[in-house]
Write a new protein. Sequence first.
Length: 418
Amino acid sequence: MEKLLITGGNKLTGEVTISGAKNAVVAIIPAALLVEGVCRIENVPDIKDVTVIIDMLAQLGARVEYINKNTIEIDCSKVDRYTAPYEMVKKMRASYYLLGALLGRFNKAEVAFPGGCDFGVRPIDQHIKGFEALGVKVEMDHGIIHASTGKLTAAQIYMDVVSVGATINVMLAAVKAEGVTIIENAAKEPHIVDVANFLNAMGANVKGAGTDVIKIKGVKKLTGGTYSVIPDQIEAGTFMIAAAASGGDVLIKNVIPKHLESITAKLIEMNVSVEEYDDAVRVWRTGKLTKANVKTLPYPGFPTDLQPPIVVLLSIAEGTSIVTEGVWDSRFQYVDELKRMGANIKVEGRIAIIEGIQRLSGCPVKATDLRAGAAMVIAGLVADGTTEICDLKHIDRGYENFEAKLVKLGANIKRVKV
Ligand code: EPU
């Protein structure tokens, strides 16, 4: 087992470069199943989730080759399987994109119900509603989703909830469906736009991604091409919050500042300085952190995936802050770990009431999920003494070279085998 040992108190200073977006690439790689030629994908983050989804494609018969650490080539021309059993999909939630992609490719998919981080109930009813509207028969049997149709036909689909996964999955299934599919009340996250741009670069006709209405005109086939994944909004936000928490001064490079506006605004409200450049943001702090209220919402609202990191920041800010989780039913499990470090937080359902304290104190904690793991690292960076974090598999799923990037900024953090 591996652990992170962090000795807190160092201010983060210098420059960090953000990697490609996890939540875009875990959809773009399965989307390659729809492409007849070779796809070259650049700016692929070197994270566990990418290895897992590549492995799934390889098991389906795709040829995936690493050109270098962050560039891959995928050739799905020989894929002849449309089944993804539990053993294959259990490691990650995003394996549900195999459903849309395989449907688009074969009009048929058999995919086990996916795994992933535990935030309470994680239904996929909106994915299924979308597929059914496209003429697909969907049945659940022994934990496996069986989806098939003679022919995918375009439809107008109104999403009852704003869902990243359902929006992308329906987009994947509709790309080659005859006619014009319209998704209303679509999610607008940067990775939705990125997946649409990837599909368009391969020959699809998707318009309106990034707004609530996406129109997909079915095309006969997608040919190959080269595509570069956008920078990771959540990784960038994590470093912004870490810089603010440590009281340092960090230039966060390779970002799209527009994607970070909700975070920038909240940090400024908390007395942190943020300066935007074309493709970078500088975050620094000279004064005390002050309280703020945060409500997580679908994009362009404050991202739920940065809720654990911002709670850590608020836990050392002066005053009482209220954080409302507006996306997931149960995303405060990690708060118990933070309380062991001295944080004064009361959770009631989807609301956390945080009384700021002067300093956290280091102790052994665990990463309960990916973003909670990142939050524990930030807590360790600012805590008195040494923080020991276990269950690193969660962090490794989604952050490329996390410790190395932090060490370069001056953090005292090392990974040890125990
Ligand atoms: N929902 C439904 N029905 C559905 C789908 C979703 O009711 O069919 C509900 C969910 O229960 C939730 C809300 O809609 O309350 C939003 O869920 P969404 O479908 O948008 O989430 P997701 O696609 O499963 C992605 C990210 C998550 C991120 C959420 C919200 C990926 C692979 N995962 O999940 O990222 O929290 O969107 O932005 O893109 C992470 O990166 O750590 C992570 C968990």
